[in-house]
Design a protein. Structure first.
Length: 385
């Protein structure tokens, strides 16, 4: 996940007497660049993931510092380093509280440290890590596109990941992502990466084939759920103008099988977008997972549209919703009340619709095998519309 605040602390804690004084939950934030900041003008051009460094000359009062961290948070910065002891004697409690509340890493370095040397040192490390990340992204893409050519990616990934261990792919997108220009897409990517808290070197984040991909390695189920749910909560709160969709693939053993998790994550993501659901897990799609592996498009058409043609024709001619009603009815095991609650329709309307459906299909929908056939047909039609 790039050169993180945690990486920086490991290097700078002893070498530059750096301390993390607030915003500890942002320890996994990835840093794209270090920038000296003594006024807020330069921050209008922040793209995300920048780490701001200040000696405090332009932020001598508590209100100045508070305004600074608010702007940094709004621009999705990776954090702030304050050179304390001269212009800023001590970081105010209100500034620490804000950074804690917004998970913005706040660090301090004593005045005796030569800041220019520190910035030069850390900038070189960020640059080298960026090169490494690009190589890792390239290796993962090879594992997805040409999994059989193991020699082209396994050795490169073994330096950073347990290639024999568990891998799981989560794909992320929003409307229009693949048509955005590179700069806008990078800005969104930086923001999303900041929100993916508690993920450091056990995962990799990159853009590929119209999606942002997160490949996790040896992450427990509990950790993964905390990461994803926290990510979704932060995107809803901080990106209210964007609808973010996520699809999670199955966990697989060995890096040679990452392509399987990727393909399943892609199927789950497309299903999530069709259903207007924020997050879908492939492993929880139930019987629908069968459709993922069917490559015979003619068979799919026959099982879907042809099976439900009477209902599709009726819906088109009467602006009705019989296909969706049938799907809800079968999904809820024939419970009229559950269907009425889900569709926000009176029970009598559901009873009438089901009577019409049975008449058009010439089926009583009592046998399990018959129900399964129509349920699969509904899934296929929903998938293709």
């Amino acid at each position: 996940m790039g050169f993180t605040v945690e990486d920086m602390l490991i290097i700078a804690r002893d070498k530059y007497k750096m301390e993390l004084v607030a915003g500890q939950n942002g320890w996994a934030n990835s840093i794209s660049w270090l920038l000296m900041v003594e006024d807020t003008t330069i921050m209008e051009n922040f793209k995300g993931k920048e780490l701001a460094v200040t000696m405090g000359a332009g932020f001598r009062t508590e209100q100045d510092l508070l305004s600074l961290v608010e702007i940094l948070d709004r621009h999705h910065a990776a954090g702030l380093v304050v050179n304390t002891g001269y212009y800023v004697k001590e970081i105010p409690a209100s500034v620490r509280a804000y950074c804690n509340a917004h998970d913005l890493p706040l660090l301090q370095v004593p005045w005796v440290i030569e800041m220019s040397e520190m910035i030069k040192d850390l900038t070189v490390r960020i640059f080298l890590q960026t090169e490494t990340d690009e190589q890792i992204s390239s290796a993962f893409i090879k594992s997805i596109e040409s999994p059989q050519r193991i020699e082209e990616y396994r050795e490169r990934l073994s330096a950073s990941f347990d290639v024999d261990g568990k891998f799981q792919v989560v794909l992320i997108t929003t409307e229009g992502l693949d048509s955005m220009d590179t700069l806008d897409r990078k800005r969104i990517g930086y923001r999303l990466q900041i929100y993916m808290e508690n993920v450091s070197h056990n995962a990799h984040f990159f853009y590929y084939n119209g999606y942002f991909a997160v490949i996790m390695n040896e992450v427990s189920e509990t950790q993964k759920e905390d990461i994803i749910q926290g990510f979704l909560m932060r995107t809803r709160h901080r990106m209210p103008d964007k609808t973010i969709y996520c699809g999670e693939g199955s966990a697989v053993l060995d890096v040679a099988n990452v392509h399987i998790s990727f393909d399943r994550a892609e199927y789950a993501l497309r299903s999530a977008m069709q259903r207007k659901q924020t997050f879908l897990q492939f492993d929880k799609l139930g019987v629908e997972r069968i459709l993922y592996s069917v490559t015979d498009e003619l068979l799919m058409q026959q099982m879907g549209s042809q099976t439900l043609q009477p209902l599709l024709d009726y819906d088109a001619g009467h602006h009705a919703d019989l296909v969706e009603t049938l799907f809800c009815y079968l999904k809820n095991n024939g419970s009229v009340k559950a269907v009425a609650d889900e569709m926000f329709i009176h029970k009598n309307t559901i009873v009438y619709r089901m009577s019409k459906i049975k008449e058009l299909l010439q089926a009583d929908l009592e046998l399990g095998e018959e129900r399964m056939a129509y349920y699969l047909a509904c899934l296929i039609v929903r998938k293709n519309h």
